[in-house]
Design a binder for this molecule. Structure first.
Ligand code: ZN
Ligand code: FE
Length: 254
């Protein structure tokens, strides 16, 4: 199994270190800051092989150049983002694979939050590093693409195995849960989950990772087919993509 270390950074970011004990290969996903990554590398005696970026935003690539200079790592990101990822060495596309020892991440192209956004899926470890595409009970804002495009991207994630763990790049869960409950006030699983999230956050504990199974039950951006949700937002019987677009715009103004 891969060892996954979750590092809080900046206000609400998570940086992930993914390590294969057998080969020693280590990757950092979306390093916002260098210091916490370097501290773990030193403490564990790990050598950084890759940086895996999901997209070009500063809070995801902030430490690229410093980490590359200090560790000699190779920086991987979406091919279409090649002109805006600092220090990028390798551009990848949908279906490409990145190996950590005998484990591999498959790249999925998930435009929506940005037009070049990609995610990394380690099938044999049931782990998805999804940047700002999918959050716990939420999804990324549409900065560079349409609701339709984001909806298509989320369909890919929705189809992953239920047990897949969701390692997203931000701790936005509490605010997301409040919005989710506003569009699905009668969803009991959602209400229970909100209690659990409030308990965790009161102790400053992470609510990430969640799982695809939990998101299917509670994330409004995965629940555009729910009749109850559709009724609450006056979209009963509308096309799923239109329901999704409405949920996204309601969240933008929540
Ligand atoms: Zn972003
Ligand atoms: Fe972000």
């Amino acid at each position: 199994m891969l060892e996954i270390i979750q590092l809080p950074a900046l206000n609400d970011n998570y940086i992930y270190l993914v390590h294969d004990p057998e080969s020693g290969d280590t990757a950092a996903v979306d390093p916002a800051l260098a210091r916490p990554v370097l501290d773990v590398l030193e403490e564990k005696g790990w050598r950084l092989k890759y940086i895996l970026n999901t997209h070009h935003h500063g809070d995801h690539v902030g430490a690229n150049l410093e980490l590359k200079k200090k560790t000699g790592c190779t920086i991987i990101a979406g091919l279409s983002d090649q002109n805006r990822i600092p220090g990028m060495d390798i551009g990848v596309n949908e279906g490409d694979r990145i190996s950590l020892g005998r484990h591999a991440a498959e790249v999925l192209f998930t435009p929506g939050h940005t037009r070049g956004h990609i995610v990394y899926y380690f099938a044999d470890n049931s782990a998805l590093f999804c940047g700002d595409t999918l959050f716990v009970m939420g999804c990324g804002r549409l900065f560079e693409d349409t609701a339709e495009q984001m909806w298509l991207s989320l369909q890919k994630l929705k189809a992953l195995p239920a047990a897949t763990r969701i390692y997203c790049a931000h701790e936005y869960t509490q605010a997301n849960a409040r919005f989710a409950l506003s569009v699905e006030p009668d969803n009991r699983q959602l209400a229970q989950r909100m209690d659990e999230v409030n308990r965790l956050r009161a102790q400053h504990l992470p609510t990430v990772p969640s799982t695809i199974e939990q998101e299917l039950a509670t994330n409004p951006f995965f629940r555009e087919n729910s009749p109850a949700l559709q009724k609450t937002i006056n979209m009963h019987g509308a096309a799923p993509v239109q329901v999704f677009a409405k949920i996204r715009s309601l969240k933008d103004h929540f």
